[in-house]
Design a protein around this ligand. Structure first.
Ligand code: SF4
Length: 333
């Protein structure tokens, strides 16, 4: 497999500027400062062609911000992303997303299928808008093109004249998938794309993603807070905590030999047939504020193995076995 996406040390900072009244108070002394949120902090990993890479972590860990940067929706504060060997997007101020053909090859599917579809547009127009705009299809073949794409996602041609509100959540998400497929992408970033669906529908949409992967030779960056979902769809897993990657490995390795205490804690919450009688112990405490992250290892306030070293020193993200990386002071090498 060749490398399709290379994420190199990307970070995203959001700066909360001080308002006018604070500036006025600062005139009499230095009381207020800008607040900086490190939403994503120096993240690097590769995605191989045809692979499904699952990005997992609690809400607020920066996984959606990462997905938006990879999709080119959000500019990067530092670092860079190479897509198919070409510079795709870089930090603010540099030219990024200049090649429209390259841009179309990365598409994003969002969490809420209702708010991501224009309620005033018919399905035929939602799906054909981008390919028409970029001259990938003509007005003449628009109808047959849309019918064909809808068939691929399991919807009939009778839906093309309807509006988004006339569909269930699962059907709307299929329409969102069809819209993404309409520009023939190579990589799809799925941001919590099944989180808003009922569990039974989730399974159908996961199966659809896997089928489309085969049919269209797709690569997915699959973002989810649910590590159980990641287990079913991903080949490789990237675990994020407070904007940083704390562990990455193949799905088999993560589920059989989780190394980082945070990954272990996430896995304890996954129900299995063997452990269904086990009492679930949630991870203690809340994810800290990225405005004021803890010292040393960011996970130390919640980690049951935390030591003095963990409070003082940031652990290195190192390879503990071939292809398995983890950032913990308990690592043997
Ligand atoms: Fe826990 Fe320390 Fe490892 Fe962080 S470095 S995960 S606090 S044991």
């Amino acid at each position: 497999m060749s490398k399709i996406l290379e994420i190199k040390n990307i970070s995203k900072k959001f700066i909360k500027s001080i308002d006018l009244s604070s500036k006025f108070i600062n005139f009499f002394g230095d009381f207020y400062r800008e607040e900086i949120i490190h939403a994503v902090d120096n993240v690097s990993f590769d995605v191989m062609s045809g692979e499904v890479v699952g990005v997992v972590g609690e809400s607020g860990c920066g996984k959606s911000t990462l997905g938006r940067m990879v999709s080119g929706i959000l500019p990067i504060t530092s670092g860079k992303v190479d897509f198919k060997g070409e510079h795709y997007c870089g930090f603010e101020g540099t030219s990024y997303k200049t090649d429209i053909n390259l841009n179309l090859k990365i598409q994003m599917i969002f969490q809420d299928p209702f708010s991501s579809l224009n309620p005033r547009q018919k399905i035929i127009d939602i799906i054909s808008e981008a390919p028409l705009h970029h001259d990938l299809i003509t007005k003449k073949n628009k109808k047959s093109f849309v019918e064909d794409i809808l068939k691929k996602v399991g919807l009939g041609s009778d839906v093309i004249e309807r509006y988004p509100h006339q569909f269930s959540g699962g059907q709307r998400q299929r329409i969102g998938i069809a819209r993404a497929l309409a520009v023939s992408p190579d990589l799809i970033v799925c941001d919590e794309s099944i989180a808003a669906l009922d569990v039974s529908i989730q399974a159908q949409v996961i199966n659809l993603f896997l089928k489309l992967r085969e049919d269209f030779n797709l690569t997915y960056l699959f973002i989810s807070h649910d590590i159980g979902v990641i287990q079913h769809i991903a080949d490789k897993v990237v675990v994020m905590y407070l904007g940083q990657v704390v562990e990455s490995a193949s799905v088999k390795e993560i589920f059989s030999k989780p190394n980082h205490p945070y990954t272990q804690a996430l896995l304890e919450g996954v129900p299995t047939l063997d452990t269904k009688r086990k009492v679930y112990t949630p991870i203690k405490g809340e994810i800290p504020s990225p405005l004021d992250p803890p010292t040393g290892c960011y996970f130390h306030p919640r980690c049951k193995f935390s030591t003095k070293k963990c409070i003082e020193e940031k652990p290195l993200f190192s390879e503990i076995s071939p292809g398995h990386f983890s950032a913990c002071h308990l690592n043997k090498n």
